[in-house]
Design a protein around this ligand. Structure first.
Ligand SMILES: [Zn+2]
Ligand SMILES: [Zn+2]
Length: 91
């Protein structure tokens, strides 16, 4: 587990400052062209909202805000705490 409990204690949701929870093996749907990750079981089988292209299923780690349910992917062991406009929230 690349994200330590100490780190989880320190980081907070950038949008609402809520507590963050780590999940290790979640399914994402990824558009290579736009470099966008979609997250959420309901999204299975759909296409990219930007380019209408096919999405590739990938497995990854995610941080989820317990307060507002926003999610932040961990890419190459680095949490990407992006504001809303830089990712899609379909969970
Ligand atoms: Zn796309
Ligand atoms: Zn939050």
């Amino acid at each position: 587990m690349p994200v330590s409990n100490e780190l989880l204690d320190i980081i907070a949701c950038p949008m609402c400052k809520g507590d963050i929870e780590y999940r290790g093996e979640e399914d994402f749907y990824y558009c290579e062209k736009d470099d966008i990750r979609y997250y959420g079981r309901e999204f299975k089988g759909k296409v990219c909202l930007k380019c209408n292209g096919n999405l590739k299923k990938i497995e990854g780690e995610v941080l989820i805000c317990k307060a507002c349910s926003r999610w932040y992917p961990i890419i190459d062991d680095i949490p990407h705490m992006l504001p809303d406009e830089l990712r899609e929230d379909l969970g």
